[in-house]
Ligand binder design. Structure first.
Ligand SMILES: Nc1nc2c(ncn2[C@@H]2O[C@H](COP(=O)(O)OP(=O)(O)O)[C@@H](O)[C@H]2O)c(=O)[nH]1
Ligand SMILES: [Mg+2]
Length: 364
């Protein structure tokens, strides 16, 4: 059995993958290693390049995921595909210095720690030529992530070595979505984790493009909320609720505009506003909350119709609950809030199975 599995998430990294596999060979000389490349389908033939290599080198394996996306889930599935006692996670794009891997492994063994992080922000480390804006964002995220209770210099790093025993202990508590698998692992440990950091200089990307985008930033906040609220609700609920809040803004904006333009027709304006908010909620949820299983093509319209039906019933429940509480002489705002909350649970759980097909099932 190899001592170390190098898990590499890859999406559209055709140019970089063969170079990385070639670079691992001398970098890991003297270590009994294997590499598990988790390739999400980008229709660019990345998986063929990895398999070609695997046919010549039995240490290399390809996990090809079809119809799936997600850096964190790719790392988790790659790590779970291994039986080695130590797991390294590193990017495919050659930004992570593979020559550091033996030292990460040594530190993990010597100091009896659970995770050894390659840090860009400690003395001796550097972000290389990463754009100034990206560095600012990354530092801000690092500061925010301290609310999860760790004084690490680079909790946003995507380059680290972890003990498999530790992974097994926390794997069922992971958020498992988005970009930040390291922060997820640390938060899921609830303080019971021993961590070491080593500095490294990040290289700049030579091939392909960065996949960081708006969705990744939204997911980051959801990851923090998920762990802060004690993982009570399915992770997806937080994104769904955030989209719901934007729906309130859309509703009020449309109501305001229509009420003014129509010269004071409240009922019609309220209907239009409700329709607009439901529609924008659907498309935002489809783009963000369910980004990993987005409805496309003709399925969008069927999904939209089912979303209208589910949320329409939700609105009715909202009214009924709020009215009943109000009649029980609860304060009007409390009655209103309770109605809205219960309706949002209804909307979430029904659209999860009805519109997006059972996707909300908590990952246990
Ligand atoms: N399997 C898989 N890998 C991904 C996905 N998104 C990003 N990656 C990989 O994760 C690594 C880091 O992504 P990158 O775009 O370089 O992020 P950046 O370094 O923060 O700009 C790269 O190896 C990407 O190919 C994904 O959805 N699935
Ligand atoms: Mg990168």
């Amino acid at each position: 059995m190899p001592e170390l599995s190098v898990v590499v998430p890859a999406f559209a990294e055709r140019e970089s993958l063969p170079r990385l596999l070639t670079a691992l060979e001398p970098a890991l000389a003297g270590i009994d290693w294997e590499a598990i490349i988790v390739v999400d389908d980008a229709f660019d033939g990345s998986e063929d390049l990895v398999r070609e290599r695997a046919q010549r080198d039995r240490r290399v394996r390809c996990v090809h995921r079809v119809g799936r996306r997600g850096l964190a889930s790719a790392c988790i599935e790659g790590m779970l595909a291994s039986s080695a006692p130590y797991l390294a996670v590193m990017d495919a794009d050659l930004q992570h210095d593979e020559t550091l891997v033996p030292r990460l492994l040594d530190a993990a063994k010597r100091d009896d720690v659970d995770i050894v992080i390659a840090s860009r922000y400690m003395q001796g480390g550097s972000t290389g030529e990463l754009a100034a804006e990206r560095v600012r964002m990354s530092r801000l995220a690092a500061a925010l992530s301290r609310v999860l209770g760790h004084g690490l210099s680079d909790p946003m790093s995507g380059f680290f070595v972890v003990r498999r025993r530790f992974l097994e202990r926390v794997v069922r508590r992971l958020y498992g979505r988005g970009f930040k698998i390291l922060l997820d692992l640390i938060a899921a440990a609830r303080g019971e984790v021993r961590i070491a950091e080593l500095p490294y200089r990040m290289r700049s990307r030579q091939h392909g493009e960065s996949k960081l985008g708006a969705r990744v930033i939204a997911e980051f906040f959801m990851l923090i909320l998920y762990h802060l609220t004690g993982r009570l609700l399915p992770a997806r609920f937080f994104l769904f609720a955030a989209v719901g809040l934007t729906g309130v803004a859309v509703h009020l904006a449309v109501l305001w505009a229509s009420f003014r333009l129509s010269g004071g027709s409240f009922f019609g304006s309220q209907m239009l506003a409700t329709w607009a908010a439901m529609t924008s909620n659907f498309f935002l949820n489809n783009a963000f909350t369910y980004a990993d299983q987005r409805l496309r093509g003709a399925r969008i319209w069927r999904g939209l119709a089912s979303f209208y039906v589910a949320c329409g019933i939700g609105a009715f429940i909202n009214l009924a609950v709020a009215e009943w509480l109000y009649l029980q002489s609860f304060a009007y705002w409390l009655a209103g809030l309770a109605g809205a909350l219960i309706a949002s649970f209804w909307n979430f759980f029904t659209t999860a199975s009805f519109t997006w097909g059972g996707a909300a099932a908590p990952r246990r």
